[in-house]
Design a protein around this ligand. Structure first.
Ligand code: CUA
Length: 174
């Protein structure tokens, strides 16, 4: 009886060892497979990265449109430019004078009476052509030369309270 149990135990241990051996052999094989798959996808990943890098660079440069910022540091002689005093209020603009000449630089001296506003000049097609912030206690200088006559819209570019959207006035360029 004991020898039978002993024999069964030996066979059992043999089976367990066989399973272990089988798993060990196969784990080596799997690891080799895994390495080749890893290498393959690392290659794909680095190619994909280079592709995205090139695509990103092209898209970035293709979509960079220069915003026409007027030259703010050019020295104009004081007789050369027209000065317009601008003040933002909740919720209207005061601007004097409201008419300027084309072809001669305009210096907008922009401030605010209460809270921050945004002074934005738009052409007839509502394309933004120049802007600066209107801040209480500061006078921001914005120089722009209008190259042709027309009616320009001044809109507020910074949310300044309930009636922000009605802060619209007009600038005439002769
Ligand atoms: Cu003023 Cu928005």
């Amino acid at each position: 009886m004991i020898s039978t149990v002993y024999a069964i135990t030996l066979v059992g241990i043999g089976l367990v060892m066989a399973v272990f051996y089988f798993v060990i052999i196969n784990s080596k094989k799997t690891e080799a497979d895994y390495q080749s798959i890893t290498k393959k996808w690392y290659d794909v990943r680095s190619k994909w990265f280079i592709f995205l890098l090139i695509l990103g660079t092209i898209v970035t440069f293709a979509s960079l449109n220069p915003f026409p910022i007027p030259d703010q540091h050019k020295e104009y002689s004081s007789n050369d430019y027209q000065i317009v005093a601008v003040n933002g209020h909740q919720w209207y603009w005061t601007m004097a004078p409201a008419t300027v000449k084309s072809g001669q630089p305009v210096e907008f001296q922009v401030s605010a009476a209460d809270v921050n506003h945004g002074f934005g000049i738009y052409d007839e097609n509502l394309v933004l052509i120049a802007q600066t912030q209107a801040m209480p206690g500061y006078t921001n200088k914005l120089i722009h030369t209008f190259d042709k006559p027309g009616k320009f819209k001044i809109l507020c570019l910074e949310y300044c309270g309930l009636a922000h959207h009605v802060m619209i006035t007009e600038l005439t360029v002769e």
